[in-house]
Design a protein around this ligand. Sequence first.
Ligand SMILES: Cc1cc2nc3c(=O)[nH]c(=O)nc-3n(C[C@H](O)[C@H](O)[C@H](O)COP(=O)(O)OP(=O)(O)OC[C@H]3O[C@@H](n4cnc5c(N)ncnc54)[C@H](O)[C@@H]3O)c2cc1C
Ligand SMILES: NC(=O)c1ccc[n+]([C@@H]2O[C@H](COP(=O)([O-])OP(=O)(O)OC[C@H]3O[C@@H](n4cnc5c(N)ncnc54)[C@H](OP(=O)(O)O)[C@@H]3O)[C@@H](O)[C@H]2O)c1
Length: 365
Amino acid sequence: MQAKVLFNELLTPDHPEKDVFHIGLETEDALDYLPGDWLMVSAENSPELVELVLQKLELSGDERIELRRLGEMPVREALHYHLELTQLSPAILNKLKRQEGLDDWADRAEMMAYAEGRDIVDLLEAYPQFKGLSFCELLAPLAPRYYSIASAPKAVGDKRVDLVYRKVAFERAERERKGLVTTALSALQSGDVIDVALSKNRNFKLPHALEDALCEPAPIIMVGAGTGIAPFIGFLQEWFLEERCVQNHQAWLFFGETHRDKSHLFETTLAEWETQGLHLRTAFSRDQAHKVYVQDRLWEDRAAVWKLLSDGAFFYLCGDKNQLKVGVESVLLKILQTEGGLDEAAAEALWHDWKKSRRVQFDVY
Ligand SMILES: Cc1cc2nc3c(=O)[nH]c(=O)nc-3n(C[C@H](O)[C@H](O)[C@H](O)COP(=O)(O)OP(=O)(O)OC[C@H]3O[C@@H](n4cnc5c(N)ncnc54)[C@H](O)[C@@H]3O)c2cc1C
Ligand SMILES: NC(=O)c1ccc[n+]([C@@H]2O[C@H](COP(=O)([O-])OP(=O)(O)OC[C@H]3O[C@@H](n4cnc5c(N)ncnc54)[C@H](OP(=O)(O)O)[C@@H]3O)[C@@H](O)[C@H]2O)c1
């Protein structure tokens, strides 16, 4: 499906390290989505990267290659439109291990660590023995990227969908790296058109939007760091339109970023929602000598957090799947013990039950 760009605003113009954008898109037909769903965005590889790969493989680009389900085409076309170049997946390393006898990575964890931050050109530079068309057969099909939708159709209309994305750009081994989709997104201007597709996420939904017997409004605790704020913009747009939510229940948002004056994403909107009852807690990690993270704020508010949870609150976390998730889960388990009076095993069992029944939901990446 095609979507037209309504606006593409840089939210962090003064940040030295990160460009975070808020993009608004419009489609011709109504979109059947709810806050918590994802939008998949596709892009094509840059001609410069394609030429670099061809050069490393000692190919002219005109050689023909057969791609599964797509048929035969010149390899230049395949690299440009259909094969992953900016990401090095552990799957390729695994294939190299099995097919070519490369034995440089002991297990999947080592492959993942090697792949992080590297692309296909890095691999070809490290292993110059790989040449020719046969290497291209190892490459993964070019995949769309997922983005948490940052709007609610009830608030913005069912032909509009918003995203919050961080542009991937960094230097490594004296070469500038550009994320495939975020680079393409960041170049878009109002009126431009991109390819998108919806992807439902039944595991990240407001309590009243869950598709089962639980579907009643309840208090909500949302925790998001960085672009992890995205789905909560959609949640809160919907929340403040639903009287049964606002009148009867509390909504808490714990938001973490680096600096109050450089990356307080959606500051004005959140301040407006605070006047309507949102409990907002912010953690700006780099505004003081020591790091302060969202889980530190959860701990400071542990009595209120426990009270909300024991009143049936739903708990949501969005953002980094590694450190943030580990840090937040460990503080929550501590709160269940200190405030809830549970021992470690009982706290873990309760947390597990809540995850199973979707009282606790994650959108982490
Ligand atoms: C369920 C889900 C929801 C998501 N929601 C969002 C969202 O709302 N907003 C959002 O911005 N992203 C979101 N993402 C991440 C998004 O899908 C992309 O992975 C991300 O935008 C990068 O895509 P890209 O094509 O620009 O970069 P790619 O071309 O895929 O390149 C990414 C690669 O670059 C490397 N890399 C990236 N940054 C660095 C760095 N700083 N240092 C070293 N190496 C680096 C990594 O190895 C990574 O594999 C989500 C992901 C998932 C799975
Ligand atoms: N692979 C990719 O292509 C790619 C590219 C960019 C982002 N991402 C992922 O996208 C997600 C969001 O990234 P983002 O750049 O918007 O935000 P982010 O890097 O997650 O940073 C947001 C805030 O979280 C803080 N933070 C760091 N470590 C933390 C921890 N252990 N516990 C709690 N908070 C912590 C950061 O603080 P400090 O930074 O000051 O420590 C910052 O204040 C993450 O999953 C990130 O890894 C992936």
